[in-house]
Ligand binder design. Structure first.
Ligand SMILES: *Cc1c(COP(=O)(O)O)cnc(C)c1O
Length: 403
């Protein structure tokens, strides 16, 4: 009989390797949260308040009064949980109202709520594609889209980042079967927007269904915050399905796939990550409904966010930093080596700012970065303080980490 590998020994070896490369992932526990300020325990266990510049609450809605109140009120009426899956007895009026609001907002016939963006991507690809089909994806797409193609069992072909010609070539080289072109609308670790109009042309020419994961665009870009697809003046005709997450600009939790009625109906009836899981708590749907209304109508949030983005870019530019090209809330500072990103992150923390270092495999090798994110809940003084702290952090780096 073949010798069986010792699983625990293998895991220990893998852990030791990650540790040797400074790649262990640690969680930080937030003790208290007050808008963009977070209280954390530092290394010796004493609590400290930091200004958070690495969250995804782009519009400042997570703790907005009407949103939190809708959640509390919803919980008093409907309880803490979803109770069952949607197709058994877990689908409630609160879910229905949110789906209608999301469809209306994004000007699509239908929306379908799912437990998270991760699950929504699994659902879309698993329900629509199978053996013999092909999914072409941007090389920098979110991990959930890559995992979704594996779950679907389709062929996965990746094209160079933001390269619509590359997408076209990949589609052409994979004839037979059905095809999908899937891209992040706003790239989560880079902040730039996909060339959606060019991609739509490629998808159309190759009869591929275009799917845009707009986790970081919805709420932030486009008229009424309708996202990157609307900002590119595209609609359901060119982009039959898109993903909206409720956990980022909308400040809550969960996600929705929005688009063509027949496709959504197919997902609702057949997608395993939809069918075999408990419905989102109705109170969360009520909170998200309140958040969508604010996101649609409180234009000042997008205006303030854009002004802060401009201020950060100008401030860091004046200090000789070069941010990656982005005009979204995601403003990464490329550091290259992991050690440099970690050292800057630690030096920022010592000065009262929280910007996590993003390292491989979340980003490609040699492309570690500080993924700075802004929120309408930040103030100008926070941004100015971060700029100064970054300049000091850089000036204090050991010689081997200077660039
Ligand atoms: C965050 C994110 C997801 C996952 O959404 P969750 O609701 O957090 O599971 C999917 N796609 C992209 C591009 C994301 O950034």
């Amino acid at each position: 009989m073949a010798e069986r590998e010792d699983l625990r020994a293998r895991l220990a070896a893998q852990r030791a390797e990650r540790e040797a490369r400074d790649r262990l992932r640690v969680r930080r526990t937030v003790l208290r949260r007050d808008g963009v300020r977070c209280e954390l325990a530092d290394a010796d266990g004493s609590p400290r308040w930091l200004v958070n510049f690495c969250g995804n609450d782009y519009l400042g809605l997570a703790q907005q009064f009407a949103v939190a109140n809708a959640l509390a009120d919803g919980a008093m009426r409907t309880g803490a949980g979803g109770g069952a899956s949607h197709l058994v007895c877990g689908h409630s009026r609160e879910h229905e109202l949110l789906e209608r609001e999301l469809a209306d907002w994004l000007q699509a016939p239908r929306a379908l709520l799912l437990g998270s963006g991760y699950m929504a991507n699994l659902a879309v690809l698993q329900a629509l594609l199978g053996d013999g089909d092909v999914c072409v994806q941007d090389r920098l797409n979110h991990a959930s889209l890559i995992d979704a193609a594996l779950l679907a069992g389709c062929r996965l072909r990746r094209y160079p980042h933001a390269d619509a010609g590359g997408a076209m070539r990949q589609l052409r080289a994979a004839p037979g079967g059905a095809a999908m072109l899937a891209t992040d609308g706003v790239f989560s670790m880079d902040g730039n927007v996909a060339p959606l109009r060019e991609l739509a042309v490629a998808a159309h020419a190759q009869q591929a269904l275009m799917y845009v994961d707009d986790a970081h665009g919805v709420g932030v870009l486009g008229p009424e915050g309708r996202g990157s697809v609307a900002a590119a003046r595209l609609g359901v005709e060119q982009v039959p399905l898109q993903l909206v997450t409720l956990g980022k600009a909308l400040g809550g939790c969960g996600a929705a796939v929005v688009g063509e009625a027949d496709l959504i109906e197919h997902l609702a009836g057949t997608a395993r990550p939809y069918i075999y899981t408990t419905a989102l708590p109705p109170a969360l749907a009520t909170a998200a409904l309140a958040a969508v209304k604010l996101a649609r109508h409180e234009h000042w949030r997008r205006g303030k966010l854009a002004a802060l983005v401009h201020r950060l870019r100008r401030g860091l530019g004046d200090e000789g930093f070069e941010l990656m090209p982005s005009d979204t809330a995601i403003q990464p500072l490329l550091c290259g080596e992991d050690a440099r990103a970690l050292a800057l992150s630690r030096a920022l923390e010592a000065q009262g700012y929280w910007v996590a270092a993003i390292r491989p495999p979340t980003v490609p090798e040699g492309r570690a970065r500080l993924r700075i994110t802004l929120s309408a809940a930040h103030e100008e003084a926070h941004v100015d303080g971060l700029v100064e702290a970054l300049a000091r952090a850089r000036d204090g780096l050991p010689a081997d980490l200077q660039q």
